[in-house]
Design a binder for this molecule. Structure first.
Ligand code: MG
Length: 283
């Protein structure tokens, strides 16, 4: 794979992102796949799906976990509903994550992405210990599958996330860096955060957003790429500095407006291609 192939966040029958046909029409050759419904995660469907990917000329580089009942409506709802962090669904979702990992393995995908949810802030609490325990359990399961776990950024400042990675202490635990999430959740400037987490970054999202007037309390707003507060020239320069050469995966979550979504992703491809050329000429 050449340096920085363009990617897009996609789904087949469930979850966020564009349909695969849209990726194909946009000439995008890699995707992060939001996990399909449980009933689709069978060996037969995996085989069918692999054939479809082959026909479309698309490679899945990360399978992103998603769970029933998750909602990104606002920050308090994310705290209550997203990822492995909410205690009431923790065990069931940990078990389901292993099923998702097995499905990813059937697709030949070596990375599973995850919004862990808000990590408990008190590092001495029993709840923090329990989140460490399940994260280690998941990492060890993935290790046996020959896979890595990529935690999505945004719900913690970079130094808190770094402390968590070190506390988990597993060498197949990495980061999916999303610069817009840092802004949306009010968790810090994305470029310094990328430097802090640099050696752990194994996949990235290219998403843009503007800051909230009450960072950390209310959402900022997601925008088309290039129209928000992420400096994408600096983003690519910093990715080059940290030695990241993997896909640049565009994420634009306006599934209710598929035409606009497709047009904005097409524009994002143009922005990234021209920044890639610039970066290539500087290098
Ligand atoms: Mg993302």
């Amino acid at each position: 794979m050449s340096k920085w192939p363009i990617g897009v966040f996609a789904s087949i029958d469930a979850g966020l992102g564009v349909r695969l046909e849209v990726a194909r029409e946009l000439g995008v050759s890699t995707v992060h796949l939001h996990t399909p419904h449980r009933q689709s995660r069978t060996r037969e469907r995996a085989a069918e799906f692999l054939q479809r990917l082959k026909d479309l000329g698309i490679a899945v580089t990360v399978v992103f976990a998603g769970f029933e009942g998750e909602s990104y409506a606002d920050i308090p709802t994310v705290t209550r509903t997203v990822g492995l962090a909410p205690p009431s669904t923790r065990e069931a979702r940990t078990a389901e994550l292993k099923e998702i990992a097995d499905f990813a393995r059937q697709l030949g995908v070596q990375a599973v992405g995850l919004h862990l949810g808000f990590v408990p802030h008190d590092r001495t609490s029993a709840d923090y210990e329990d989140v460490l325990r399940i994260t280690r359990d998941v990492c060890d399961y993935l290790q046996r599958n020959g896979q890595a776990l990529h935690l999505e950024t945004g719900q913690e400042p970079a130094d808190v996330l770094l402390g968590f990675l070190q506390d988990v202490g597993r060498d197949n635990l990495f980061i999916n860096f999303d610069p817009a999430n840092m802004i949306l959740y009010g968790c810090g400037e994305p470029i310094p955060a990328l430097r802090t987490l640099g050696k752990y970054v194994r996949s990235v999202h290219c998403k843009d957003a503007t800051w909230s007037d009450q960072p950390g309390k209310t959402w900022g707003a997601e925008t088309p790429l290039g129209q928000g507060d992420v400096d994408f020239a600096a983003y690519l320069r910093t990715l080059a500095e940290i030695g990241y050469e993997g896909p640049l995966t565009i994420e634009r979550e306006i599934p209710q407006e598929p035409q606009r979504q497709k047009a904005e992703i097409a524009a994002a491809v143009e922005v990234l291609e021209s920044l890639k050329r610039l970066e290539h000429n500087l290098a």
